[in-house]
Design a protein around this ligand. Structure first.
Ligand SMILES: Cc1ncc(COP(=O)(O)OP(=O)(O)O)c(N)n1
Ligand SMILES: Cc1ncsc1CCOP(=O)(O)O
Ligand SMILES: [Mg+2]
Length: 227
């Protein structure tokens, strides 16, 4: 990933906030159109960060999963948009991804941090306690949710509503945060108003026919304040 000053080291919070504005999370099982086309259209629409999350019933495994990760990574590289891997630190290191996203039931955040060096580290959190631990363990950003009911994660925690973001900010938490779960263009504005730096979406983009993806991304960008 190219950083604006060309130096190595951890990403700055300011740059992280920019990357979180319009964050696409994608797996083949979520896609109506062919996944590479989905990512290419979403990049053309202006997504700012992409996460490869290949899981759930029917997800690719083994070489097919690796091949898809490489294909999507190449598209993101062409567009100069960072590409991170969900859950699987080994895969991230194998393909030289820009970072990883891990949850409370995945590899420990401090272990992940020590394995990935300065690459991006996102951590899912649901409470102020989890947020503070993630911060100490080296998270660059937090994924907070589900904010609204989601059809894309069968084992999601209870819906938290945008109030969780307001509550965390009210407790002085300054780490970059992205809201996730059930977010659509119509809801994106209130997620950012509640304190998120951006929105992470699956179905609002991946469930669209290919010809509607660019516009779907552009609509969400407008709602989070990117023109
Ligand atoms: C940006 C972002 N936030 C939260 C999650 C959820 O991570 P996790 O709780 O580990 O659940 P899975 O996605 O692994 O099923 C995420 N992936 N991305
Ligand atoms: C991965 C994840 N983590 C919390 S909710 C969720 C699913 C988000 O998908 P969608 O945007 O389709 O609700
Ligand atoms: Mg996970």
């Amino acid at each position: 990933m190219s950083r604006e000053n060309g130096s190595s080291g951890r990403i700055s919070p300011a740059r992280m906030r920019e990357l979180l504005r319009m964050y696409l999370v994608i797996g083949s099982v979520n896609c109506f159109a062919e996944p590479l086309r989905v990512v290419e259209e979403a990049l053309a629409g202006g997504v700012t960060l992409v996460q490869f999350r290949e899981k759930g019933p029917g997800a690719l495994t083994g070489d097919a999963r690796l091949a898809l990760a490489l294909q999507l990574q190449a598209a993101c590289r062409r567009a100069e948009v960072p590409f991170i891997i969900n859950d699987d630190v080994d895969l991230a290191l194998e393909i030289g991804a820009d970072g990883v996203h891990i949850g409370q039931d995945d590899e420990a955040a401090d272990t992940a941090r020590s394995r990935i060096g300065d690459r991006l580290l996102g951590v899912s959190a649901h409470t102020a306690e989890e947020v503070r631990l993630a911060d100490r363990q080296g998270a660059d950003y937090l994924g907070i949710g589900p904010i609204y009911p989601t059809v894309s994660k069968a084992d999601a925690h209870a819906v938290q509503g945008p109030g969780i973001l307001r509550e965390l900010r009210g407790q002085g938490i300054a780490l970059p945060m992205v809201g996730i779960g059930g977010i659509t263009a119509a809801l994106a504005g209130e997620v950012v108003s509640a304190g998120a730096d951006g929105v992470a979406v699956i179905s609002a983009v991946t469930a669209m026919p290919a010809g509607e993806i660019r516009t779907a991304v552009q609509r969400i960008r407008e709602q989070v304040g990117i023109r």
